[in-house]
Write a protein that binds this ligand. Structure first.
Ligand SMILES: C[S@@+](CC[C@H](N)C(=O)[O-])C[C@H]1O[C@@H](n2cnc3c(N)ncnc32)[C@H](O)[C@@H]1O
Length: 460
């Protein structure tokens, strides 16, 4: 225990030293997005890239795929709808020429057509009974029915969602041709490989880890709790109504002087009167909608969201991007009473708002502005398929039926599944705090069951 704590302290001090050096080199302060980028992703030291447990009961926080397999099974319903639509789409053959930069790459030799013939699937009309009876055999041989389109998961955490999606799609088809994962954390990528090897060994050959987005992609992109981990910029409205940028500076700390921790220095907020032009423009846009106007109002803006969405839109030929995260439509995210913003830190299942505590050992997050995501999607040439709460989405995907189906074969599973469903669905837990937004390209007729219960797009 002492060794572990010593190791954690060394890790924190090394990352703090790196950030302090960058602040000093920059003349005394850093914009918050750069601080957050270093705290989370500095090579070898950032929270996500160093070897701490992070996700799960033994880590700092749990995500929906960790809470219950029902989350992945519901998303498999949505994936099935898209993969089936793509099968019928004339452009889906383009996928075979998709160019990727993979760090792990094995390819299947059986052609998609052959697999479909073997599994008895034609034109997206699934014979569920036939497929179920074949699934064990097919999964064991690694040649389950395949759709010809790919699935790309951004930031796959422990690999729990990937494993559940692949297992579900192997059972009822169609499988994605390849399951691509873009994961900036080498540590998490290794955990994902272990999870997939243990859970779906016969499907491992379909899994490929990327070090950047593919140039072209047809299929489904899933990002669960990725946007909240993207570095944000912070702003404050000054007494005269001016827009200030909340940067990170250094101050002397007598406590730290006396115990020799951190070279006697600590990180502090430093208000800059010269906010970046991009931040000023974004805050002015909020203010033109009557938001974030009162002196002292402080919040965050994710300036990286639009370029990220643009990159996905450029990459996507035909398919769907599904983003799930905690957040609000803009008018709610920047409510006057939310005047201290949404920046939160997660460590050992405790949440607090001090980003300068336990640097490198805690997650930093900010709520997503889903209106900004929908707007960025439109600018990137993407269509809004739907927007709703996680609870509505999972109910629309048939979470009740999935519980009943699982309980029919294993009554003992019922209790655990019901407890997991409560966490995923209850408004006070994840049901309403988490939202789902779908963006598509080239699939004009696409409707997803997940958005059928209550589409809240009008609130964006
Ligand atoms: C809060 S975790 C969520 C993990 C997983 N999706 C889940 O739901 O359990 C955030 C994940 O996003 C990854 N990540 C952060 N920025 C990313 C980016 N720009 N592209 C892809 N993944 C990213 C992190 O490394 C981590 O795996």
């Amino acid at each position: 225990m002492v060794d572990t704590e010593d190791h954690a302290t060394q890790h924190r001090l090394a990352l703090e030293a790196l950030i302090r050096a960058e602040i000093k080199a920059a003349g005394g302060q850093l914009r918050f997005d750069r601080f957050m980028e270093l705290a989370l992703y500095a090579p070898g030291l950032g929270y996500y890239v160093a070897g701490t447990t992070k996700l799960g009961a033994a880590g700092d926080f749990v995500t929906a795929p960790e809470i219950s397999p029902l989350f992945g099974r519901c998303l498999a319903v949505a994936c099935r709808e898209v993969l089936t639509a793509l099968e019928a789409h004339p452009m889906h053959s383009r996928n075979t020429s998709t160019s990727t930069s993979t760090s792990t790459s094995t390819s299947t030799s059986t052609s998609t057509k052959n697999r479909k013939a073997k599994a008895g699937i034609g034109n997206g009309s699934l014979n569920r009974a036939a497929i179920s009876s074949q699934s064990a055999e097919l999964q064991a041989s690694g040649t389950a029915p395949s759709s010809g389109a790919d699935l790309l998961e951004l930031g796959a955490g422990t690999g729990a969602l990937a494993a559940e999606l692949l297992a579900s799609l192997a059972e009822q088809g169609p499988l994605p041709e390849r399951y691509l994962i873009l994961e900036p954390s080498p540590d998490l990528a290794e955990r994902q490989r272990q999870t997939l090897s243990a859970r779906v060994p016969a499907l491992l050959e379909r899994c490929h880890w990327l070090d950047r987005l593919p140039a072209q992609f047809d299929g489904i992109v899933i990002a669960n709790e990725v946007l909240d981990a993207m570095p944000v910029n912070r702003f404050q409205i000054g007494n005269e109504g001016q827009i200030q940028e909340v940067c990170v500076g250094i101050d002397r700390d007598r406590d730290r002087d006396s115990n020799g921790d951190g070279d006697g220095e600590r990180f502090i907020d430093r208000l800059s009167e010269s906010a970046s032009p991009a931040l000023i423009q974004a805050v002015l846009a909020l203010q033109s909608a009557g938001l974030a106007t009162q002196p002292g109002y402080r919040s965050e803006i994710n300036l990286r969201l639009a370029p990220w969405t643009q990159a996905l839109g450029t990459m996507l030929g035909t398919g769907l991007i599904l983003v799930i995260d905690y957040g609000y439509p803009r008018a709610e995210r920047y409510l006057p009473e939310r005047d201290q913003g949404t920046l939160m830190c997660h460590s050992r299942h405790q949440a607090h708002a001090d980003p300068y505590r336990d640097i490198g050992l805690q997650d930093l997050t900010a709520h997503v502005d889903f209106t900004a995501l929908a707007e960025a999607g439109r600018h990137a040439g993407l269509d809004l398929v739907g927007y709703t709460t996680q609870a509505n989405f999972l109910i629309g995907c048939g979470i009740d039926a999935l519980i009943a189906e699982a309980a029919a074969t294993d009554p003992m599973a019922m209790l655990e599944l019901t407890a997991g469903a409560k966490q995923l669905l209850l408004p006070s837990l994840m049901g309403e705090r988490f939202q789902v937004l779908g963006l598509s390209k080239g699939l004009d007729e696409l409707t997803l069951s997940g958005f059928s219960v209550r589409d809240l797009s009008a609130r964006l």
